[in-house]
Design a protein around this ligand. Structure first.
Ligand code: AMP
Ligand code: GLY
Length: 432
């Protein structure tokens, strides 16, 4: 098979690394890719939302399957674009059509979906210009902190968590009337704050059956001890110690099955990954959000823990034969530590020459995120630069390996969180 992966982050490098190991693969292309994906296949300089240019690649390279990494092309309808085109309609696309991508593309849609199909989530109400006056009284009916979410995609920045009620009322106005998050905030979801520990669960579905992929926890804030600004993710751990078999059984029965059945009932033919952001509220799982794709950096721990042939599983998704596919995971712990550019998630410089990339020890993977090749050098090209994944018999062993690798790699302005996994190590100590 000839496969094209769309995207340029650590998630796409992890996909490329895994798919490159498949016996079913002939040629692998990544658009636009990074310096890491160039080691697994051929990078092509095309944007993930330039559907016409993607069509040309698919035609020229005789592509059989397109694996869509990020949400943007899915929400913009890349899968629908393929189905409507005579040349492309038989090419497999891994990722939902526009209707399914609304699970991420519209928080209002996803909340309505959860309510309709009995998926446990925070109590909420949606507001627009028309009913903004009712926003203040809804806020008053909730306890602080107040959670305000822009309905549409806002590059991961559309969620505000505010302690002060007057400030919350003001921000509701800023979002709806002053377009704080552009059109994404024309509708605002206000919801109850969920107190608990967060984790993510991943599902691969062909629209009929599903495989529950390994769960992971990520670290969203820039600073040690979960402080400072939100980022795309500074590290991840899988499996998650507090997500034991009993908890995961609840997740499967109360959340995954109603979600898959709900999609079927709505007539949404969903073929791809579903990322379910959850809160563990005293042992009860509640959904914070759905994403219509894998997480980054969670993919960099989830995919290495899948022992089976990923391309074979993806073919099962495309042909709705996932139930027949062999699926096995490894029990060892995988952790990833993200190296970022100094200044991230605010302004940062690019083009810093990177050294120390040779000699990756056994059981470790350097997944590239924001890197590119300049002449013969690998240089920084984004906020998140690498995800350093290691295996170990427990979180201590795996993270200590990732931290060693973090020290070995050098570039100007390198920063990483040296406390990835520490909260979980403490959790284990306190719960033994
Ligand atoms: P989202 O973009 O929906 O993932 O929200 C970003 C982050 O805000 C989540 O990862 C949570 O940490 C937090 N968050 C969102 N909704 C809630 C909620 N209802 N209660 C508590 N925290 C929340
Ligand atoms: N790590 C969170 C995300 O991919 O959205």
């Amino acid at each position: 098979m000839n496969v094209l992966i769309l995207g340029s982050g650590g998630r796409e490098h992890a996909f490329a690394w895994k798919i490159a190991q498949s016996k079913q693969l002939e040629n692998l292309y990544i658009a636009p890719g990074n310096a890491g994906t160039a080691q697994c296949g051929t990078n092509l300089p095309v944007s993930v939302t330039d559907f016409d240019a993607i069509k040309n690649i698919v035609w020229e390279k005789n592509i059989d399957m397109v694996v869509v990494g990020p949400e943007d092309p899915l929400v913009k309808g890349i899968h629908d674009y393929f189905l409507k085109d005579d040349v492309l309609k038989d090419v497999a696309v891994i990722g939902p059509k526009k209707d399914g991508a609304q699970l991420e593309g519209s928080k209002d849609f996803s909340k309505q979906f959860m309510m309709k199909h009995g998926v446990p989530t925070a109590r909420y109400k949606s507001f627009t210009k028309q009913n903004i006056d009712e926003g203040a009284s809804f806020l008053e009916s909730l306890k602080p902190p107040y959670v305000l979410k822009a309905d549409g995609l806002a590059a991961g920045k559309g969620v505000l968590i505010i302690n002060d009620i007057e400030e919350a009322k003001q921000e509701l106005k800023n979002m709806i009337l002053n377009s704080k998050f552009g059109n994404a905030g024309n509708t605002v979801v206000i919801e109850e704050f969920l107190d608990g520990i967060e984790l993510s669960v991943f599902v691969l579905t062909d629209g009929k059956s599903y495989k529950l992929l390994p769960a992971a926890k990520d670290y969203k804030r820039i600073g040690v001890g979960d402080t400072g600004l939100n980022t795309g993710g500074m590290g991840a751990v899988s499996p998650v110690p507090f997500a034991n078999d009993a908890f995961l059984k609840k997740v499967e029965e109360q959340i995954v099955k109603p979600t898959i059945n709900g999609l079927v009932k709505e007539g949404i033919d969903y073929r791809g990954f579903i990322f379910i952001g959850l809160m563990n509220c005293d042992g009860e799982p509640k959904v914070i959000e759905y994403n219509c794709r894998m997480g980054d950096p969670e993919t960099e721990v989830v995919i290495p823990r899948i022992e089976s042939d990923l391309l074979d599983l993806l073919q099962g998704v495309a042909t709705q034969t996932l139930h027949n596919k062999q699926y096995k995971t490894v029990n060892d712990t995988a952790t990833t530590v993200v190296l970022v550019s100094g200044g991230y998630p605010e302004d940062y410089e690019k083009g810093k020459v990177i050294s120390g990339l040779s000699n990756t020890p056994l059981h470790q993977h350097i997944f590239h995120s924001g890197t590119t090749l300049k002449n013969d050098d690998v240089v920084t090209n984004g906020g998140r630069v690498f995800a350093l994944t290691s295996f170990g018999k427990n979180i201590e062993e795996a993270t200590s390996r990732s931290f060693e690798l973090a020290k070995q790699i050098q570039y100007d302005g390198k920063y990483y969180r040296n406390d990835i996994g520490k909260d979980l190590i403490n959790w284990i100590k306190n719960n033994q």
